[in-house]
Write a protein that binds this ligand. Structure first.
Ligand SMILES: N[C@@H](CCC(=O)N[C@@H](CS)C(=O)NCC(=O)O)C(=O)O
Length: 207
């Protein structure tokens, strides 16, 4: 059976949501963030050298990086759903959003988290970090264009990857009504709700 190495309040919520959408059975191996600094516990390094979550195990396969895990699950268990037809224009838009989520959109949000911890010592960086977050949120608002999904007319892996970014943005989303509406609609999906129930309390830092 598929195992999801799940850290509370983390990107592994993406994988639980997708598995619920797929209806594929899985089990959760749970890890709690440490205190007072909410890093992952060292046990996660026994699963994958980076010690991050999520990590997916399926038989002899151990896959890190949420985007790669989403691709693996959709290709293996999706039965042709959750991604556009390979080679189509939508497919390449899908690939672009899939890479964009972790490759570009998360960086300024992580910078905001870390510079926020430094307080005045990071004041010089704050305007650049804030403007990059605004730049990325405006880009996503325009890319979504008031539609229900980022690509095509049904849920794809791109939505799974991007929702976490919008959740991590917290209140910074408020000037972007299309993204606020989209975030609420995704979070209202029954499969998303089941993923939250199974994953446990979900409150991202910096929200
Ligand atoms: N790009 C990776 C990021 C993985 C990552 O940084 N996960 C965070 C949780 S959201 C983590 O494990 N943090 C704990 C730590 O760094 O100690 C992915 O998408 O899976």
């Amino acid at each position: 059976m598929i195992k999801v190495h799940h850290l509370n309040n983390s990107r592994s919520q993406r994988i639980l949501w997708l598995l619920e959408e797929l209806g594929t059975p899985y089990e959760i191996v749970r890890y709690q963030r440490m205190s007072p600094v909410p890093l992952a516990p060292p046990e996660l390094k026994k699963v994958h050298p980076l010690g991050k979550s999520p990590v997916l195990e399926d038989g002899s396969r151990v896959i890190a990086e949420s985007g790669a895990e989403v691709e693996y699950l959709i290709d293996t268990y999706g039965g042709g759903k959750f991604k556009p037809k390979p080679g189509s224009d939508d497919y390449w838009r899908y690939i672009e959003w899939m890479h964009y989520a972790e490759g570009s959109a998360m960086l300024p949000l992580l910078m905001a988290l870390y510079t926020g911890m430094l307080g005045d010592a990071a004041a010089a960086l704050k305007p650049r970090v804030d403007s990059e977050i605004a730049n990325n949120l405006s880009y996503m608002e325009a890319g979504l264009g008031g539609r229900a999904f980022f690509v095509g007319d049904a849920l794809t892996g791109a939505d799974i990857q991007l929702l976490f970014v919008l959740e991590a943005a917290g209140a910074r989303l408020e000037p972007h009504p299309g993204l606020v509406k989209y975030r609420a609609a995704m979070q209202a999906r029954p499969a998303y709700q089941r993923g939250i129930e199974k994953g446990g309390p979900y409150q991202l830092m910096g929200r």
